[in-house]
Write a protein that binds this ligand. Structure first.
Ligand code: 6XA
Ligand code: ZN
Length: 348
């Protein structure tokens, strides 16, 4: 399986995350990608290539231009306004206010575009996020040109919380959504996105919620208990043309592999029935029992098993699979768990 990787991910190296009432070094750190890459090489998964520059056009198919401009300029605007630490929001257009106007000041803009307050914007964040989009686009292009049945986009920072005009939960550009849309624009009629990260992929759901050409299925910690808290319930089925094309499996604290696997099998059956031309997998391994910020109980072997299940289901109907790296914060095990999914898929 081909892996696409860009060293530019290292430019996303923020110093601060708001966690438990203090500032900590972000869980989403550069070592994550380095450890996954080392494991890809150690296991001999296949060739590793760097992406080319796809420009902003495929990003702007998914994200609003004003949001993209905000991300591009945020750090400079923040510094120019006298920001001394990293850029963090401290006010939001909540239910009791009017969120329709985009404020002029960087403090107002941060609140307008942020969906959560843990994620700081630091010098280099934009360059890393852009390179992360190029990574998924390169992997998608590889599959669309008929070279292979699977590819791994080792992108960082992650993407699935980012909506058309919102960032947060460590995500800035929605890599999985950008890849799915790119495939649509290259003539793939139906694309499915399967999100197996511990957290609900609220951004991906939101981007495709009114569409019937992109099916979204997600297994995640029940939002009543887990981030992002305000989306990811089982009764969110899609709207308008998209009704019936969104599928959520919110699962309770302590969920082990046998229960998680049942939900996966149901999601895979629905995906097969949708008859996609491409499956994009938002691959977060924060479902691991030792993950520091999550509450599922998957073990390292379970990742290989579910990779094989995805492989069996997709190979039976000849649907190519694009794996896109999302979360996973048990850093010393992140390589093993991630590559177990990929080798499991290949073994099917
Ligand atoms: C912030 C939790 C952010 C979760 C990020 C993640 N308290 N998303 O892993 O998939
Ligand atoms: Zn996650």
């Amino acid at each position: 399986m081909l892996t696409v990787y860009s060293e530019k991910h290292r430019l996303r190296d923020a110093k601060t995350e708001l966690h438990g009432g203090t500032f900590v070094r972000p869980f989403e750190c550069p070592e994550r990608a380095e450890i996954v890459l080392a494991r890809v090489r150690q296991e001999g998964l296949g060739e590793v290539i760097a992406p080319r520059d796809f420009g902003l056009a495929p990003v702007l198919k998914v994200h609003d231009p004003d949001f993209v401009r905000f991300l591009e300029n945020c750090w400079e605007d923040w510094v120019a306004a006298g920001g001394e630490g990293e850029a963090l929001p401290n006010v939001w257009p909540t239910r009791a206010m009017n969120g329709k106007r985009i404020p002029r000041s960087i403090d107002g803009k941060l609140g307008y575009y942020a969906l959560a307050g843990e994620t700081s914007i630091s010098d280099g964040t934009w360059e890393a996020a852009r390179a992360g989009a190029d990574v998924v686009l390169m992997a998608a292009e590889h599959l669309l040109s008929g070279q292979g049945q699977s590819a791994f986009a080792l992108s960082r920072p992650p993407g699935h919380h980012a909506a058309a005009d919102q960032y947060g939960g460590y995500c800035f550009l929605n890599n999985a959504a950008i890849a799915a849309q790119f495939a649509r624009d290259k003539g793939v009629e139906r694309v499915a996105v399967l999100d197996v990260d511990f957290h609900h992929g609220n951004g991906t759901q939101n981007i495709f919620y009114r569409r019937d050409d992109v099916f979204f299925a997600s297994l995640h910690g029940d939002p009543m208990d887990a981030f992002p808290h305000f989306l990811g319930h089982a009764d969110e089925l899609g709207e308008d043309a998209g009704e019936g094309f969104n599928l959520n499996f919110p699962l309770p604290p302590g969920t082990d592999y046998s229960h998680w696997r049942d939900a996966l099998d149901e999601a895979l059956a629905r995906i097969v029935a949708f008859k996609p031309g491409l499956l994009v997998i938002s691959l977060g391994v924060d479902t691991f029992e030792q993950d520091p910020i999550s509450f599922f109980k998957l073990r390292s072997d379970d990742f290989a098993d579910y990779g094989a299940r995805i492989g069996t289901a997709m190979k039976a109907v000849s649907v190519p699979a694009l794996f896109v790296m999302e979360g996973g914060y048990a850093v010393s095990e992140i390589g093993i768990n991630t590559v177990n999914v990929l080798t499991g898929f290949e073994s099917a």
